[in-house]
Design a protein around this ligand. Structure first.
Ligand code: FES
Length: 253
């Protein structure tokens, strides 16, 4: 379970600690899969489950101090975020008696990017599910949200958004990263091997196993070769809701 644990050093996570966490996360996923329930939602929900699967995105707790930790278990509302704030959540989680069942659903990163950023681009001819967009715009409040699945397309660690405090990501990007070059914000960072993804640059990539095309945040640094898949979005009231384009987009783990 990636987001609940003891804070390892009282300040932030080191690369070594992060790698250990990723291994533990994979182990939990395997156990859950063997049990016939859901890990990353790549399997259907168990036949007999009295709870419900929720398309809304819910906050999950981060292991170190984070602004959203007090909202754990609450639905993510777009008005919660300041510009460039991000948070961890779960999409399509299973809920039993109103409580999220840990280990179920897709871990996601929700990021508010500048509404009017001219650098923002979505390079795709793919269509989102009906009623959804590959990002969410609120023109009245000038809010733009991007959500990605939080499993690295390299080796499945959990990339973070501005949560690593003791390691600076490299900035020799393979393609220009406007998130850093224009706004001084580090892109999404996977500390395991240094992959980074820019939430302002949504692009179309091909999944290496299934060959399906998907939309994701462009990889701008590190060993990964592909974008981090987005979760299409809409808002119900003020609550962020994810939409499934194709589950094969997320089969990286
Ligand atoms: S698992 Fe993310 S960079 Fe290797």
């Amino acid at each position: 379970m990636p987001w609940e644990g003891e804070e390892p050093n009282g300040r932030g996570w080191t690369r070594r600690e992060w790698a250990k966490l990723a291994i533990a996360t994979g182990a939990v996923g395997s156990v859950i899969a063997l049990g016939g329930t859901v890990s990353g939602q790549l399997l259907p929900p168990p036949a007999r489950f009295d709870g419900d699967l929720r398309e809304e995105i819910y906050y999950t707790k981060w292991p170190t101090e984070a602004w959203w930790n007090g909202r754990q278990g609450h639905a993510v509302e777009v008005s919660d975020f300041q510009e460039w704030q991000g948070a961890t959540g779960v999409w399509r989680g299973l809920f039993l008696h109103g409580q999220w069942v840990p280990g179920t659903g897709f871990p996601v990163l929700v990021i508010r990017v500048p509404y009017d950023a001219p650098e923002f681009q979505v390079l795709t001819d793919l269509a989102p599910p009906k009623g959804f967009s590959f990002y969410f715009d609120d023109p009245v409040r000038q809010i733009r949200m991007v959500t990605v699945v939080d499993r690295c397309t390299h080796l499945c660690c959990n990339p973070g958004w501005h949560v690593i405090t003791d390691t600076k990501p490299y900035r020799d990007y393979r393609v220009p990263s406007p998130t850093y070059s224009v706004y001084g914000q580090d892109p999404i960072f996977c500390i395991c091997h240094g992959s980074q993804y820019d939430p302002l640059l949504l692009t179309t990539n091909v999944h290496p196993r299934s060959g399906v095309r998907y939309v994701g945040a462009t990889h701008v640094h590190g060993p990964t070769q592909r974008a981090l898949p987005v979760v299409p979005l809409r808002v119900d009231g003020t609550v962020l809701v994810g939409g499934m384009s194709d589950p094969r987009w997320y089969e990286y783990c």
